[in-house]
Design a protein around this ligand. Structure first.
Ligand code: C5P
Length: 221
């Protein structure tokens, strides 16, 4: 069946990793490619939504038909997202670093002969999905992702409650699945209505299906 239109709706999508600086030349990162988040932003735009994509550092091109805001750190991503509320739809796909370096150095940290390596002290990053899910201007539909390597369903359900989301797209990112950084994805859609198991699909196909589901849910609200 034809997907319902998202004409007249606004959406924010986060995508990619974040880079958390250690000093001006070094950072902590993760293996997220941004492929799934970018595909979702494009899919929502194709359904007619006015989409802003807030992307961490990625090597893939900006998708067609969406406004793109490029950020590096989790705190920048949070500010970029929160300052753009209210919107109708939020899809938080970014693999936001859980921690940043507590006091990153303004100067390159020098290796000193004969000295012990410097300790890396970490601080907790804001949880953007949770901030959006509990915000005074909460979007009508809040979608999160759950990249897990075990107990995918149970962890997804807990995430739904804890972060104030309506839908969690849960996937198994164990290295043998090839999902993180790859072009395919196999997900479970977790909501208060139950769990849907989707087949192995390309990330573009997951994006199209999710766009249709978002449109359907929004029409029913
Ligand atoms: O808790 P966990 O990182 O597994 O949750 C994943 C979901 O939460 C994803 O939707 C991700 O985009 C979002 N998230 C976030 N900010 C964080 C951590 C995760 O928005 N600091």
């Amino acid at each position: 069946p034809e997907a319902q239109s998202l004409q007249g709706r606004t959406a924010i999508v986060t995508s990619g990793p974040t880079h958390e600086p250690i000093d001006p030349v070094r950072y902590i990162a993760n293996r997220s490619s941004g492929r799934q988040g970018h595909a979702i932003a494009a899919a929502l735009a194709r359904l007619g939504a006015d989409v802003t994509l807030v992307s961490g550092p990625v090597t893939i091109p900006d998708p067609a038909g969406v406004k793109v805001v490029h950020v590096e750190r989790a705190e920048e991503m949070r500010d970029a997202v929160i300052s753009r509320l209210p919107v109708d739809i939020a899809v938080m796909v970014a693999a936001v670093a859980d921690w940043r370096v507590a006091s990153s150095s303004d100067q390159k940290i020098k290796k000193q002969a004969g000295e012990a390596p410097p300790p890396l002290l970490l601080a907790e990053n804001p949880d953007i999905l949770s901030d959006v899910g509990h915000h005074g201007s909460r979007p009508r539909l809040v979608v999160g992702f759950a990249a897990e390597t075990q107990d995918v369903e149970q962890n997804g359900l807990r995430k739904l409650e804890r972060k104030g989301a309506d839908l969690i797209v849960a996937n198994d990112v164990s290295p043998q699945t090839g999902i993180m950084g790859g072009t395919r994805n196999r997900v479970k859609i977790i909501s208060r209505q139950g769990v849907e198991d989707w087949p192995d699909l390309t990330k573009d196909e997951v994006a199209d299906r999710l766009g249709a589901l978002v449109a359907e849910r929004l029409a029913g609200l």
